[in-house]
Write a protein that binds this ligand. Structure first.
Ligand SMILES: [Zn+2]
Length: 247
């Protein structure tokens, strides 16, 4: 599958894989990668890095929003081939290391397969590795609190709920926030358009996911790059208000 690479702010790229996004952040010759698609997106991750004129070796680190299979797919590949370290919220580390994921089960998905588009999406994600088991033995917690010494100076912000250690990443210099699955703008299982929470069955704690939107409201950002759906421009408080109206 050809990847769609969009520069959403200077040196910040949203890449669309198999119904999921990852983000590349550039600083000179170096990159930060946020999330990494499904297992079946590994080649697409490399392709997207080359599409913006870089090599996979240029990725200084991968930041994971949360340990769900559709965001973890290239972590082992990048680590094993290029030595790329992978960081995440300390709460999420054991989930990634043990493969003990707080993830919707295939049954949760297939009981909804009658909805328009869900069956086709299910087939796409099955091909991309939705039933594979994945452990990331090298997963590490953030080395310290606050802005990380990586391209884009990303600031992890705890946004627990969708998974119990979910992070969003704020890029203060470019006014972007990569929200992972804490706040998305579309999903094949949803008929809502615009900023929204994922359907509750995807979340470890739907109540927690809703409450966690509070941490996004005051972030100084005007571009939201979600884990699923198109990038969205505007005030984050408007995005959160829109999501809350849908619940
Ligand atoms: Zn997720």
């Amino acid at each position: 599958m050809a990847t769609l690479v969009r520069e959403v702010a200077e040196n910040v790229f949203c890449v669309g894989g198999t119904d999921v996004n990852w983000v590349l952040v550039r600083d000179g010759s170096d990159l930060t990668l946020i999330d990494s698609g499904w297992l079946g997106d590994r080649a697409a991750v490399e392709e997207s890095i080359r599409a913006i004129g870089h090599r996979p070796q240029d990725v200084r680190a991968i930041l994971l929003t949360h340990a769900h299979l559709d965001h973890m797919g290239a972590l082992n590949h990048m680590h094993d081939r290029y030595g790329t370290p992978v960081y995440m919220d300390p709460v999420e580390v054991p989930h990634a290391r043990d493969g003990d994921l707080e993830q919707a089960s295939p049954v949760d998905v297939f009981v909804r397969a009658w909805r328009p588009g869900v069956l086709a999406w299910s087939c796409r994600i099955l091909r991309a590795g939705a039933l594979k088991h994945l452990k990331v033995a090298h997963a590490q917690p953030f080395p310290h609190e606050g802005a990380l010494d990586l391209p884009g100076r990303p600031v992890p912000v705890a946004c627990h709920g969708h998974s119990s250690g979910h992070s969003v990443y704020h890029l203060p210099d470019s006014g972007v926030v990569a929200t992972g699955d804490a706040l998305v703008t579309a999903h094949p299982t949803s008929r809502i358009t615009g900023p929204q929470l994922l359907p509750a069955f995807f979340s470890h704690s739907p109540q927690g996911a809703s409450a966690a939107l509070d941490v996004l409201v005051d972030l100084p950002a005007d571009v939201l790059v979600p884990g699923h759906g198109d990038p969205w421009r505007g005030d984050l408080s408007d995005a959160v208000a829109h999501a809350r109206r849908q619940v």
